[in-house]
Design a protein around this ligand. Structure first.
Ligand SMILES: [Zn+2]
Length: 341
């Protein structure tokens, strides 16, 4: 089969022929139809410091995808050949206290598909049955391939009660934009989405109807006042990993406000902890999705009319993977989907 492999410890990926993977009794072989390129895949492509210490070559990467069940292990009872599915890419363990309590998103032994074991940028991928999510017909193929990052947005955004609340979202990458769309959909009062990249803010305007701000043109506080907010934002979602964004956010929060942190800083950052304490802020760090409550909510949001489809700006053949990675590295795309049909 064809697969996109990090063959050697250098920049890029190789499209090559590899064996169709074999599966265990509790695993499912999936025929991949659509994959999406994640920020994680870009790190691996670019072979940055994180990728160098994390990825053991050769490794087929990719974890955002949908496809059809091709074959099932002999203990698999709940899936049928031909069934449309997506997959939770965090494969939790079974032994830790959290795993045994059913809090799979907090299991320290979690391994990641397409990072720690062969992933979905291939014609076939093998995953444990417990990670497979059945897809309803209401979620079309391209959209189904981005349920994993949409789930990051769902988990972050629905961490707090947003109805009638003013929400600040820093970082207008795909997850920040999808978070803004969710906040608007579930009834937030005012939503402000910020970035320093004008193209991202223009894409945001196509996906959702929220206030946007290029912070290189005006401070958030000035915009906040112009929006009629007197005491600050009630909820903050930090999606950029930028030190300045987090500092601005803390500065613009109401006393007792809630902050979710998803954006991953590339190095240690400085924040004014005494300001956080004196403002009595509630801070929650987000890693992945709640398994499987987030998947339930994500599909329910789509079925209740939330349309995030315009976040997918490019659909390419898997053979044009180089173009997809180039677009993302140049900041010229939202989500890029590769078609494996
Ligand atoms: Zn991802």
């Amino acid at each position: 089969m064809k697969a996109l492999v990090k063959e050697k410890p250098t920049i890029g990926l190789t499209l090559m022929d590899v064996d169709i993977p074999s599966y265990q009794d509790n695993e499912i072989l999936i025929k991949v139809k659509r994959t999406a390129i994640c920020g994680t895949d870009l790190h691996i492509w670019n072979w940055d410091a994180w990728a160098q210490k994390t990825i053991k070559t050769p490794m087929t990467i990719g974890h955002e995808f949908m496809g059809e069940v091709a074959e099932v292990g002999k203990n698999v009872k709940d899936f049928k050949v031909g069934q449309r599915v997506s997959v939770e890419s965090h494969i939790a363990g079974t032994k830790s206290r959290n795993a045994r309590a059913g809090k799979l998103h907090l299991d320290p032994d979690t391994i990641n598909l397409g990072v720690d074991r062969d992933g979905a940028f291939a014609e076939y991928v093998v995953v444990p049955e417990k990670n497979v999510v059945p897809l309803p017909d209401s979620v079309e193929d391209n959209l189904a391939s981005i349920l994993d990052p949409f789930g990051n947005a769902v988990h972050s955004t629905l961490s707090f009660d947003l109805i009638g609340e003013d929400v600040l979202i820093t970082g207008a990458g795909p997850i920040g934009i999808m978070s803004a769309a969710i906040a608007e959909h579930v009834g937030a009062k005012k939503v402000l989405l910020t970035d320093i990249n004008q193209k991202r803010l223009e894409l945001a305007a196509k996906v959702c109807d929220v206030e946007t701000l290029n912070v290189s043109t005006m401070p958030i506080k000035q915009k906040m006042t112009a929006m009629g907010l007197k005491e600050g934002f009630d909820v903050g979602l930090e999606m950029s990993g930028s030190e300045q964004a987090l500092r601005d956010m803390v500065d613009c929060m109401i006393m007792g406000g809630d902050i979710a942190l998803l954006g991953l800083p590339s190095e240690e950052i400085k924040v004014d902890l005494s300001q956080i304490i004196f403002k009595a802020l509630n801070i929650k760090a987000i890693y992945g999705r709640e398994i499987y409550e987030t998947w339930y909510k994500a599909i329910a949001l789509i079925e209740s009319g939330l349309d995030i489809s315009k976040i997918i700006t490019h659909t390419l053949s898997y053979k044009d993977f180089q173009e997809g990675f180039d677009l993302l590295n140049e900041g010229k795309a939202g989500k890029v989907v590769l078609n494996w049909d």
